[in-house]
Design a protein around this ligand. Structure first.
Ligand code: ADP
Length: 501
């Protein structure tokens, strides 16, 4: 034990100085380095012989040199230990000019009656704290991102490159590095979706859009050609009015899309069956109503023919038979009117509805029905008063109009469905007016006049009951449905609905 104490007491200054983990410089009182321990050499990235003789100020960032002189002045006025503490921070520079926020402390040391200063540098506690907080927050973000399956991208417009994280690269099939050219990035996007995506970017780059970017598109794996649906939201950042960056998150929504498509197909099938049933019922009801008068008309006509063939011009008989024909024809007409009135009867449950909301719902249904390939433009009147209607029926009409429009637009390059709502005054009364306009081929006048007839269809698998039923439903809800005969190009349908009284 005694030996150990003796050995420790005999340890020389240099050994201790070099063993200390903190960066230390010994300076003479004019502020030039005399010794630098290995920790200081590592911190500043200079060898000791390069540091010796160097004015300590040279290791301080120019804008902090004044502050350093102030510390030095404090110290020399009263050479006592000046420990680290709040405010004893300054920015030092390493060999490469890289800045480091350091805490600094001064200790006087008298060697051969001359004052030396031992300066200790350590990474600023404040800086350390900020770094720790940043690391914790980054870790939290990373975990949340991982849990949500989000990928992050940052597209630099100026350089035409995209920075993206591992998850994004996975979406693209994992074949690329941390940075890729924008061209490479776009190559993997399904050719059919590129135009829509570009339209969403163009929209976001318009300063009037506040930079909001939202798109859904397919990415094709370059190897196995599998497709996945990606949904992205992001924001364009502007510098001096010029878009320079697009940052956002992406999510794989393939499963959701498959499910939506399946549901859409099922709904379509159910709708078709319902239409077929309605058509079958209506047809049999019409047949039922017409059968009797037609049989009678046929019998009266035979009497007339028979009379004429036998040259038996009994005017009384002829008159009676023809009057019978007229009466039966009128009866058939009356029966049909009654039938229609009956079909439209039934308890109609109405409620107060926000028509704009019903339009958005119907649009969602139509968009999710495997008809992804159209853009919709909504010109919805703000603060449209509530309408009094049956929710399911109005929604059915809208979905039917949208589907017809989208089917008609399938041959068009940039299909746009424009839906407008406004308040219209009719007979001094305010009503809601809905306009559904598409960019399809439209209808010629002859066809347009027939589309509300039952069973009128031009589609191979159409039934031709959609518009007939739609018109009946709108009328049952107190409105009217019609087509603008002069709307070409495209078709333009209108319907009205009453506001809540
Ligand atoms: P379906 O769609 O089953 O044929 P509809 O009553 O919905 O029955 O429509 C009847 C016909 O009207 C369609 O077959 C089509 O020829 C025409 N039609 C309806 N909407 C449009 C439209 N937006 N553009 C062009 N033609 C249309």
């Amino acid at each position: 034990m005694h030996n150990l104490i003796e050995t420790i007491e005999n340890l020389n200054f240099r050994t201790l100085f070099d063993a200390i983990a903190d960066a230390m410089l010994l300076t003479e009182n004019a502020g030039h380095v005399v010794l630098a321990n290995p920790a200081a050499q590592q911190l500043f990235d200079f060898k000791e012989n390069e540091l010796v003789g160097l004015a300590i100020e040279m290791l301080i960032a120019p804008r902090y040199r004044k502050q350093y002189r102030y510390y030095q002045m404090l110290f020399f006025n009263k050479p006592a230990k000046l420990p680290m503490g709040v405010g004893n921070e300054l920015i030092a520079l390493n060999r490469c000019g890289q800045e480091m926020l350091l805490d600094v402390s001064f200790s006087p040391l008298e060697i051969q009656q001359q004052l030396y200063v031992l300066i200790t540098f350590t990474a600023s506690r404040q800086h350390q704290k900020a770094e720790d907080a940043l690391r914790a927050s980054e870790e939290r973000l990373r975990l949340a991102k991982q849990a949500a399956g989000f990928g992050i991208f940052d597209y630099d417009f100026k350089r035409g490159i995209v920075y993206w994280d591992r998850q994004m690269r996975k979406f693209w099939g994992g074949h690329f590095g941390r940075i890729i050219s924008y061209k490479e990035f776009v190559t993997a996007i399904h050719p059919e979706d590129r135009a829509d995506r570009q339209a969403a970017i163009d929209y976001a780059m318009d300063p009037a859009s506040h930079g909001e970017y939202k798109a859904e598109y397919r990415v094709v794996d370059p190897d196995d050609k599998t497709e996945r649906w990606i949904s992205v939201v992001g924001r364009v950042y502007f510098e001096a009015g010029c878009a320079n960056r697009l940052v956002g998150v992406a999510r794989d929504v393939t499963e959701q899309k498959i499910l939506q498509k399946k549901l859409g197909m099922q709904r379509d099938e159910a709708e078709k069956i319902l239409k077929q049933q309605v058509a079958a019922h209506t047809a049999s009801a019409i047949a039922h109503e017409l059968n009797q008068p037609l049989t009678a008309i046929s019998a009266y006509s035979e009497v007339v023919l028979h009379t004429l063939q036998n040259n038996d011009l009994n005017v009384q008989n002829l008159k009676k038979a023809l009057e019978g024909c007229v009466e039966q024809t009128q009866r058939a007409g009356r029966s049909l009117h009654e039938l229609i009135a009956f079909l439209q009867k039934g308890e109609l449950l109405t409620e107060s509805l926000d028509l704009n909301d019903v339009i958005r719902e119907a649009l969602d249904i139509a968009s999710n029905d495997g008809y992804e390939r159209f853009r919709s433009k909504l010109n919805l009147e703000k603060d449209l008063p509530a309408v009094q209607c049956n929710h399911t029926q109005v929604q059915k009409v809208l979905v039917n109009l949208f589907r017809n429009a989208v089917e008609a637009m399938q041959t068009v390059d940039a299909p746009i469905l424009t839906i407008t709502t406004k308040v219209q005054t009719l007979n001094e009364k305010n009503i809601a007016l809905v306009i559904v306009k598409d960019s399809g081929p439209g209808l010629d006048q002859t066809m347009a006049k027939r589309i509300f007839e039952p069973f009128f269809t031009t589609k191979p698998s159409g039934i031709g009951m959609g518009l007939t039923i739609s018109r009946a439903l709108i009328e049952a809800n107190g409105g009217q449905l019609w087509i603008d005969l002069d709307a070409k190009p495209g078709a333009k349908f209108y319907f009205t609905l009453p506001f809540v009284a």
